[in-house]
Design a protein around this ligand. Structure first.
Ligand SMILES: [Zn+2]
Length: 281
């Protein structure tokens, strides 16, 4: 029907059991949403005790994801509680809103998720510029800090007993690193600075449980693995075997092909000689 429309309930985009929207204002560039906490209790982050001892209210200014091209700013009246555990040294507890907003964070978790995804696909500075165009205020340095914080909160990856080792370039001919991967889960375990034997040796010394190592065919890693893990099986990985095979085929063909190749033309008894260039494959 012409002119009909469906209404959008903005409350459903926020944790309704913890926050209540009190006011929404908008101008040409921004939507301001004021809300207040309706919590009655909170969990102490240190001792885990649940407390209902209200201590006070404070205002939090938080960025959220933009809506329809407008910047979204939240002003949240949030509660503070007191820990009731006499043996706990935490005095006041600023409440968190699980999976929506962390303590002291200046942006919602969904906003931080978006920024991290964008930064990983582009760069920290590039991400900051795109965010500015979308209506999210953040600097390149803050994007880096956000990524580091997310990385530190990740669970420590399982090392396992089958690993893969390879080098990679941060910048070719200048800076290299070594990556170690859990070959069963295909998850990266760690990145080491440099690609020399000493770096890998130190890491292997702390991981004597490893039984199988896949690697390239260079001698640097092979020697260290033999010395530190003499009982471990070393496997030349498929990627490097394939790469080596292609290099050998290329050399053999270059060697076997003549410097000039005769291409007979149709209806012409004599062939025309086409010079071949060196390194033609
Ligand atoms: Zn406590």
């Amino acid at each position: 029907m012409p002119g009909s429309h469906s209404s959008l309930c903005i409350d459903s985009f926020y944790p309704e059991t913890e926050l209540k929207i009190t006011e929404i204002q908008q101008d040409k560039k921004q939507i301001l949403i004021r809300m207040k906490s309706i919590s009655k209790k909170c969990k102490c982050p240190k001792c885990g005790c649940i407390t209902d001892k209200y201590h006070g209210t404070y205002m939090r200014k938080v960025q959220d994801l933009p809506i329809l091209g407008k910047r979204v700013q939240l002003e949240i009246c949030s509660h503070e509680y007191k820990c009731m555990n006499n043996e706990c040294d935490v005095m006041t507890i600023a409440e968190t809103f699980d999976r929506f907003l962390n303590t002291y964070s200046r942006m919602t978790e969904r906003c931080a998720d978006f920024i991290c995804t964008l930064a990983l696909e582009t760069s920290c500075e590039g991400c900051a510029r795109i965010c500015k165009a979308l209506g999210i205020k953040i600097s390149g340095d803050t994007v880096i800090r956000l990524l580091l914080k997310r990385y530190e909160s990740l669970p420590v990856p399982e090392v396992g007993d089958v690993i893969g080792v390879d080098d990679f370039a941060y910048k070719k001919r200048h800076a290299y690193g070594t990556i170690i991967v859990n070959e069963k889960t295909h998850e990266p375990i760690t990145l080491l600075d440099g690609r020399n034997a000493a770096t890998l040796r130190e890491w292997l010394r702390n991981h004597k449980n490893i039984k199988v190592v896949t690697r390239d065919r260079a001698s640097t890693y092979a020697k260290v693995i033999s010395e530190e893990l003499p009982d471990a099986m070393q496997v030349a990985d498929r990627f490097h075997l394939h790469q080596n095979l292609l290099e050998v085929i290329k050399k053999a063909l270059n060697h076997e092909l003549p410097a000039t190749v005769s291409i007979p033309h149709v209806g012409q008894s004599t062939a025309i000689e086409e010079p071949c260039k060196k390194n033609r494959i």
